[in-house]
Each structure stands twice: as structure tokens, then as C-alpha cells.
Design a protein around this ligand. Sequence first.
Ligand code: ATP
Ligand code: MG
Length: 271
Amino acid sequence: MTRNGRRGWPRRRGMDDGAGAVRPGAAAGPVLRAVGLARVYGEDESAIWAVDGIDLDVPAGQMLAVMGPSGCGKSTLLQLLGGLDRPTEGEVWLGGQRIDDLGERALARMRRRCLGFVFQAYHLIDELTAAENVELPALLAGASPRTARHRTAELLDRVGLADRARHLPSQLSGGQRQRIAIARALVNKPLVVLADEPTGNLDSAATLDILRLFGELRAAGQTLVMVTHDERVAATADRVVSLRDGVPADDTALDSDTGTARLGTLLNWEN
Ligand SMILES: Nc1ncnc2c1ncn2[C@@H]1O[C@H](COP(=O)(O)OP(=O)(O)OP(=O)(O)O)[C@@H](O)[C@H]1O
Ligand SMILES: [Mg+2]
């Protein structure tokens, strides 16, 4: 989408609303913060402001759902928050550290150590077993083989796939692949898990398995930001931000107890 009535590229978004002055270094600050975040694709007349100036604070332990119509900037936002892409404007802070201006190597290290990613299409490595897929990021982050193995066994158990450790991704169902991808995302005990349409390829039963797992993660205090089209999935979050044309059109806190009850009802009803 092009920018509402605005032309010219790029423009500086003013930081005089106070948001830019806050430095989330304090332990009590949000674990993830976006300040005046914008991302432009293309230039001049064909410029698309996929993310058009977003201020967002995600407190530790929050499960945040990002919704909105196709093309409104959800994936772009998630990629910016996760340091997979660089903003045109604005800042991203993770755990009190600014990350959007890190060099490539430092950014890659930070992603490995502090973030877990879950994608709609799983993105597992086909040639590696389920266990090896989970273990790999731990080894890359410097864990000893023994620690990586131990943590992997623990996580495969947690996602209910201990008996599939030696299977290749091609020998697993979509739901099982996604559970392996979630185990992989958790292996380095990330500050934040970022999930883009984690249930987008899954049927109803597999979706409920993933929701149950996310419910457990939320109960354990894991911060999670997930993009979803599915109202049922969003209804289990603590908060729903709806994007329109690259900006939040709505930001609603859901009652956590109600969210848990909703998840319980969904699980009982569907099973
Ligand atoms: N690499 C790119 N180059 C140019 N334009 C892009 C690029 N990636 C995304 N866009 C554009 O930016 C806008 C936002 O895209 P984005 O993928 O973030 O949307 P989305 O909300 O995730 O959509 P969906 O629900 O379909 O996944 C769209 O208009 C898209 O066409
Ligand atoms: Mg998307």
C-alpha cells in the first residue's frame, strides 16, 4: 500500500512524543520494543510503506497476537522485530538492548541466543532428523553436545514427540513438523518466540495441539508474538494488535483467564 496522502521518501518520524526518549534498559521495561518502526519497499512513486510507523511494547510473559488483512505488514513487522530485516526508520529493542543497528555478526548471534522463530512452512532441514533439527541451534550457540542433547530430549518430550526423535521431517505430519519447529525455537531458551502463521498450514486438530503447546508456554512465562489469521488462535492470546496498512488500527488486551478458559472450551469442544 502507498502511504496515506504522503509523498516523499524517506521522512523522519518525530520522536518528540516521548517514546524515543525512553530507554528500556531497566529490568522492568518491556522485553521487546519497537519505536517509530517503518519499512519501505521500493522507491519514489512505487514505494510501499509495509510498516508505517509502529510503536509497540511487549512486556515479559505476554502472548501477543498480530492480526490484519493480507498485505497489511504483519510478516514485515515480525521480521523487523526479529532482526531478520532492517527498518527504514525507527528502532527495535530486545531485552534492553537496541538491536536494529547491530552489525551482521552481532545480529546473527543475538538472533540465535535470544530469539526463537516459528514459520508457517516449518523451515526444518530435510536431511536432519527431528532431534538434529532441534539440537543444531543449540550447538551453533555454543552449547556442549551433551547439553544440546539433553535439552533436545527434554523439549521433544515437552512437545510430545520423544518417540519421533530419529524421524526425518518428511516422515512427520504437518502438525508434528510444527511441533519440532517449536521445540527448535525454544532450544536456546529465547527471550521471545516469534511465530508467523504457525497454524496456517495445519488442520483443526493439529492447530489445537499447537494452541495447547502455546498455552503451556504462556503459563511458563514465555513471551510470544504470533501473526495469525485465525480468530480462534488470536482469542487465546493476552493481547491482539490489528494492523491496517502498516499501522496498528486496534490494540486490545484480552483477559488472560478468559483466554485460558477459551482455550479450554476450544479443546473440549473440538476433541
Ligand atoms: N520483499 C518485498 N519487496 C517488495 N514489497 C514487499 C516485500 N515484502 C512484502 N512486500 C509488500 O509489503 C506489504 C506487506 O507485506 P507483508 O508480507 O508484511 O504482509 P502480511 O500482512 O504478512 O500479509 P499475509 O497475511 O498475506 O502474509 C505488501 O504490500 C507486500 O506486497
Ligand atoms: Mg505474512
